[in-house]
Design a protein. Structure first.
Length: 367
């Protein structure tokens, strides 16, 4: 299987800084103005991703970004081949309604839909939407939710009685064929078990290869016990240039333009997260003097940004080689982003992707 490259739709806004890094909207006299996530700009990002050959764009979910379903529905007619990897939280709507929304989107887009299930690891964020279950309960509910969604897509009315969810005759008028792929991430034991039993692709925020390998090996073994086989993906940012010096200069520039007060506040806030994945990301940037946590893997994004906090940094050849290391572990999907999202998409697609494809042609058995 060839590597699948996906891009990111910045529905919180875009710019030359990591989103949230500055207390103001930019630095006067520099190219640092915030780019609002209006439909015109998001259309440009989506069209760029499609033009450059990315398989899909991940569209995030949460308080501080635009609603993923509404945003991507607006972009269906602006694109022709690009898929939308729509993130949403199970439990905030009923699973039958979610199945219907996904089936409708798949129908209207010509099957250009995949789902990214986000159980949620921030209690404050969950309670903002009225969800007061514990972390363990949320994962148990996610498992029930996915069972019902798949049952509703089966073409036969589906009954289910669980601890958290209860439906009778769940179905949709036009079951999607094929069903949208289900992506899901989480580093906790409960998350890994949900992934093993219910999803198509297990995602993880990027860590050094040995840590990612351990996660993959564990989830693969759990899936085998369920008689299932999964694919695997990682979420990372990317800073790639013609030379490593240029790339690392860009990385240093991102950190230099981060407000130290924002860094401190972000860390204080993120330390309160219930997410095991977030805890693992924070452990990578605890030492500001040593943010390169593995050759070519930089943890600077996580200083101010929740979620994925690491980036591939280097020359095009170096980034392609690092991708090759993760490919050797069994990673098929790379969900990438960069600042700004239009410009960095070109750097990656023109510089790195051709090298990865050439390596796949030369030695497909090693990919």
């Amino acid at each position: 299987m060839s590597a699948s490259f996906h891009w990111f739709l910045p529905t919180s806004g875009d710019g030359r800084e990591v989103f949230g890094a500055l207390q103001s909207s930019g630095v006067l006299g520099t190219a640092s103005a915030h780019r609002a996530p209006d439909l015109e700009y998001l259309t440009l990002v989506a069209k760029t991703a499609e033009k450059l050959g990315f398989e899909s764009v991940l569209t995030p979910t949460g308080t501080w970004c635009l609603d993923a379903w509404v945003t991507t529905a607006a972009l269906i007619q602006e694109t022709t081949r690009l898929k939308f990897l729509v993130a949403f939280r199970p439990g905030l709507i009923t699973p039958t309604l979610a199945a219907q929304q996904a089936a409708t989107f798949a129908e209207l887009s010509g099957g250009r839909l995949a789902l990214n299930i986000v159980t949620g690891g921030d209690r404050e964020e969950q309670e903002r939407f009225g969800d007061r279950l514990s972390k363990q309960e949320r994962y148990a509910r996610t498992a029930e939710f996915l069972q019902i969604v798949r049952g509703a897509w089966s073409g036969t009315p589906y009954d289910f009685v669980g601890e958290y969810l209860d439906v009778t005759g769940a179905t949709v008028s036009r079951p999607p064929q094929p069903a949208p792929a289900v992506f899901f991430g989480g580093a906790s034991d409960a998350a890994r078990e949900v992934a093993a039993a219910h999803v198509d692709t297990y995602l993880t925020w990027t860590e050094p290869p040995e840590k990612v390998a351990a996660l993959i090996d564990d989830v693969r073994a759990r899936a085998a016990r369920h008689g299932r086989t999964l694919s695997f993906g990682i979420r990372a940012h990317v800073i790639t240039r013609d030379t490593r010096e240029e790339a690392w200069a860009e990385a240093r520039k991102l950190v230099d333009r981060m407000d130290p007060n924002v860094i401190a506040l972000a860390r204080e806030r993120l330390l309160q997260s219930e997410s095991e994945g977030q805890r693992r990301q924070l452990s990578l940037n605890a030492d500001l003097a040593n943010l390169e946590v593995y050759p070519g893997l930089w943890a600077g994004y996580g200083l101010v940004r929740p979620g994925a906090g690491t980036a591939f940094v280097g020359s095009h050849a170096e980034v392609a080689d690092l991708i090759g290391e993760y490919r050797a572990l069994g990673v098929d999907h790379f969900i990438l982003s960069g600042q700004p999202h239009i410009e960095e998409a070109y750097w990656f697609a023109e510089g790195v992707a051709p090298l990865v494809r050439a390596a796949e042609t030369r030695a497909p058995q090693a990919i």
